[in-house]
Structures are given as structure tokens and as C-alpha cells.
Design a protein around this ligand. Sequence first.
Ligand SMILES: *Cc1c(COP(=O)(O)O)cnc(C)c1O
Length: 353
Amino acid sequence: MVENWRALAGRAPGAVCGAVVKADAYGLGAAEIGRALSRAGCGVFFVATPAEGAVLRHALAAATAEILVFDGDVEDDAARYDRHRLTPVLGTLEALARWSRHARAQGGRRAALMLDTGMSRLGLGEPDVATVASEPDRLAGIELAFVMSHLACADSPHHPLNAGQKAAFDAMRARLPAAPASFANSAGILLGPEFHYDLLRPGAALYGLSVVSGRANPMRRAVRLRARILQTRIVDSESPVGYGADRLIAAGSTLATIAMGYADGLPRALGDRGSGRIGGTPVPLVGRVSMDLATLDVTGIEPGLIRPGCVVDLIDDEHDADALAAEAGTIGYEILARIGRRVRRIHRFGADG
Ligand SMILES: *Cc1c(COP(=O)(O)O)cnc(C)c1O
């Protein structure tokens, strides 16, 4: 993970490389990951909510890192932003007005502005930017940390919206006071130097996810997900397995039931479609995924590897989060972000992180 951060930073020597650790660092543990990245020299972090920001600030303790909050509408909690030294990312004129009022009262505060350049999600649109440009007092008290926008289609390098959003970003920035710019998420970094600007915002690529469709994933896989076998049985006559009894297992098959289900983030959509691996050999999930359990057909696997207590790899370097996601009809991001709280996280950052 730290290696991925360094590799991404290395692609943009002129830019600062931040790290997106929202959603508990995509399900992996924002406190531990934040600390490891901070030790490696990362000084800018992004979270989604002020609550996530508070947790991260506590984890980083003395570090001077800047923590930016994407959902930076500071309606009732300006004091919380101050207490945890959080910088809001403001995306509406109302949020800007509230933070400006607070900033003036406190003798100045930092903020980032999010511009909507074609994603129609969060951010100031063209008319809002025109308003701020003609009424500069709207920024009173605010030190612009960054002006940002977010790419909708960076995972498709040839999509025309990438260049369109960049042109819109440049045009809108030109109307605002000069400030460092931030545009690229993971896939945006891979689009090339003209998308890098001053501050990179990678999330998924740090965690080893594939971020560009149709291309080999250049990042180091950073996640393993393993489940313990609770029970193994040899089916002596054709039998149904799991809820609904809609999957029949042939006589003579060996089944292993693992202590992991949809409450742990193993998607229910994987029923009869997903797979794990035992000692590197793929084993299919059979029957429905339950809340706490799932069953695999382990016929033919060496008995020593399928005893209760042995482990099944659901995510490893060969069958990575994106591969599991494809079996479930989703993306690796969703698989990682939904890994349940019951799953014990073990962090190994290696010598350099
Ligand atoms: C989540 C997010 C990112 C990180 O995106 P990845 O594709 O995970 O690199 C960057 N910027 C914004 C605004 C985001 O919401």
C-alpha cells in the first residue's frame, strides 16, 4: 500500500500526492493506513465526513497533515472542524457562505472548493463560479487550500468527457483567485501529466484495485481476505445445500463451510457464482451465501487443507478483489468498502512503511 503510494507519487514528480482514506480507507482501516502513509511522508488526506476526519486526526496525533472532508457542508459543526483541524471541501454557495462567516469570526480558515465540471454530483457549477467571481467577498476570511474537481470517466482513457472536464476546470479556475489545483483520482493519475495539477487524490490504486478498464492493473495487490473452515462433510447421496435448497450437490462431493457470509461483506450475489482458493486451487461457492456462512465445493482438495480451522482465500494476489467483484457483478471498490466489522484486520506495512 505504501509502495503503491510511492509509485503514484513517482508518476507526478511536480505534484503533491495525497491519499483518500474515506470509508475507513475503503474498508481496510483508516487509522492504521493513515499512520503508515503519514510515516512515509504523506501530508494530505481526504475523508468523506467530519466523523471520519475526527477519527483520522486522532490516529495521526501529532502529525501536521491536512485532512480535507469531501462532504464539507459545515451546517452545525464548524466547531468540530476546528477541534479536529479539518478543512472542508465546499461545493455550494450556501456552504461557502457558512464557512466564510465562521472564518471571518475566527480570524481566517482554510477551505477547498469543489467545482462541478460535468459529473453533476457535488460542486459549484458555472453560474456559482460566476457569482463568486463577481462577488469576491463571498470568499472573505477563507484561505483557498485547493480548487478541485472530480473526473467521471477517468477509468476510460479515451472518453471525450475527460478532456471536456479538464477544459471546464481550467476555465472555471481562471475566474477564481489563484489556488493550487487538484483534479486526479487514481485513474486520473494514470491518464497522464496534463491531469496531475498540484495535488493527487488517489484512493483505489493505493489499495491495489484496478482503476482503468480493459488494462492490466499496474498496482501491487494490497489485500487478502481469508475465512476459516468451520466444518467439512462428504455428501453420500445427492443433497441440497444452503437456504432454499435450490442447489443439488452430487453424491461423493466434499463440502466445506466457512465462517464468512454477507454480514462480513461476502456479497450474497456470489451464491453459486463466486469462488475462493485453497492452496492456490480455485474452489466454487455452492448454494446461497448466508449471513454468517458460505459453503464451497472442495472435492478433490487434499484433506490436510480442508480440515476445520484451515483457511480459504477469498481475495489473494491471483484472485484479487476485482476478480471477486466480477463474480458478484460489482466493482472491487464495493467489495473492499463492504468488508464487515467482524473481519479482523491485520496490517503489515513492511520495512519502509
Ligand atoms: C473517492 C474519491 C477519490 C478517490 O477516487 P479513487 O478512484 O478511489 O482513486 C478522489 N476524489 C474524490 C472527490 C472522491 O470522492
